[in-house]
Design a protein around this ligand. Structure first.
Ligand code: HEM
Length: 352
């Protein structure tokens, strides 16, 4: 058993953990480990938005142009593709891409093929919208949580190793305690999301993030698990998850949730796979914690799962959470509707 905070990221605490030093969790959990040479990792969400079947082919061609770009030098170490329908009824394809090291991402983003594709006037005249949300948290600003040690999804898939069983889980506040920076910093938010131009006018809008925006990818994988476990998950747990996700999407704003997408992985032909996840942006870690710990919608999922956990031993649930400084977030929306992603809650500022 070891701390979720790797030894090279430990420092003298000015803030205490929520549990006593001799706390031991009741079941095993592991976290991803990153080499000492890494300072920042990157998660990038590259999206295509469309409405109407007549635009489906163009949307997929656009998504393929994005994923073809991943194959260029300095592209991501891992990626997956998802589909969901947003609150406004738009179909959305998102390719989530992960880099072990932010320097590589910067080189990739600056490649003429990538930069020119995003800047091209065709993006503005297309029948589909595109967006990219790229966050590069320092290694002291993110945590992971897996009840398994093989085939880590998301950011874990591009990192270097898996920990021994960790101490900080199975209590509210454990997520914060796994983030190295929590040893000395509450990571409170300051500032607000600011858009370069009025999202209602469409076109190309860049949103500047504020200090300590929190991002969670919370995933569910029932692919290939025994049929009785699948059935239990889909009939007794997933409906509660869907209600929680609909709640955050439609009513999360007043709780500090900027954007919530409940997405399903698909293959490159669009066939659904048996994995889903939430991509959820929050004004602060505090507000995300408060929702998880006390809101009936998450508590309903929590109870639905905990009461049945021993009957779904093969179900793979995991998450990764980052708290990101303002300068390490980049959000760009082209031709998207004004409630897309972080556009909805951004104030318009000509000074951005
Ligand atoms: C923590 C259940 C989906 C947000 C937890 C924990 C459980 C749980 C059992 C405690 C984990 C531990 O520390 O050992 C579930 C189940 C889900 C689900 C069964 C879906 C089937 C989600 C989603 C989100 C979310 C989609 C966010 C969008 C959180 C957060 C924590 C948490 C932030 C950490 C709380 C803390 O440590 O303070 N969840 N959850 N969960 N969950 Fe969920």
């Amino acid at each position: 058993m070891e701390s979720a905070i790797d030894t090279h990221l430990q420092c003298p605490r000015t803030l205490s953990r929520r549990v006593p030093e001799d706390y031991r969790p009741p079941f095993p959990i592991w976290v991803a480990r990153v080499g000492e040479d890494v300072t920042r990792v990157v998660m990038g969400y590259f999206g295509v938005q469309y409405r109407g079947e007549e635009h489906r082919a163009e949307a997929w061609a656009t998504l393929r142009a994005i994923t073809d770009g991943f194959a260029l030098a300095d592209g991501p170490g891992g990626w997956d593709v998802t589909h969901h329908v947003d609150a406004q009824g738009y179909d959305t394809l998102v390719a989530a891409a992960y880099w072990r090291d932010a320097g590589t991402t910067q080189r990739w983003l600056a490649r003429p093929e990538i930069a020119a594709w995003w800047d091209a006037p065709e993006r503005l005249s297309a029948a589909v919208g595109v967006f990219r949300e790229v966050l590069s948290p320092g290694v002291d600003r993110f945590e992971t949580l897996y009840p398994f040690t093989d085939r880590l999804p998301g950011i874990g898939g591009v990192l270097d190793d898996v920990s021994d069983q960790v101490e900080e889980h199975a209590y509210w506040g454990a997520m914060r305690d796994r983030i190295p920076r929590s040893q000395t910093d509450r990571m409170g938010p300051s500032g607000e999301l600011a858009a370069t131009s009025d999202p209602a006018r469409g076109g190309r809008v860049v949103v500047r993030g504020h200090e300590n925006v929190a991002l969670i990818r919370s995933g569910q994988d029932w692919a290939g698990i025994p049929a009785e476990e699948q059935e239990l998950y889909l009939e007794a747990i997933e409906p509660a998850l869907r209600r929680a996700m609909d709640f955050l999407r439609d009513k999360g704003q007043r709780l500090g949730c900027y954007s919530n997408r409940y997405v399903r992985n698909v293959d490159l032909e669009g066939t659904p796979l048996d994995t889903t996840y939430a991509i959820s942006f929050w004004r602060s870690l505090d507000l995300l914690e408060r929702w998880a710990e006390s809101h009936p919608s998450h508590l309903e999922v929590f109870v639905a799962f905990v009461g049945r956990a021993r009957h779904v031993p093969s179900l793979r649930l995991y998450h990764e959470v980052s708290v990101v400084d303002a300068d390490s977030q980049y959000y760009e929306y082209v031709n998207c509707h004004p409630a897309t992603g972080l556009l909805r809650d951004a104030v318009t500022s000509d000074a951005v």
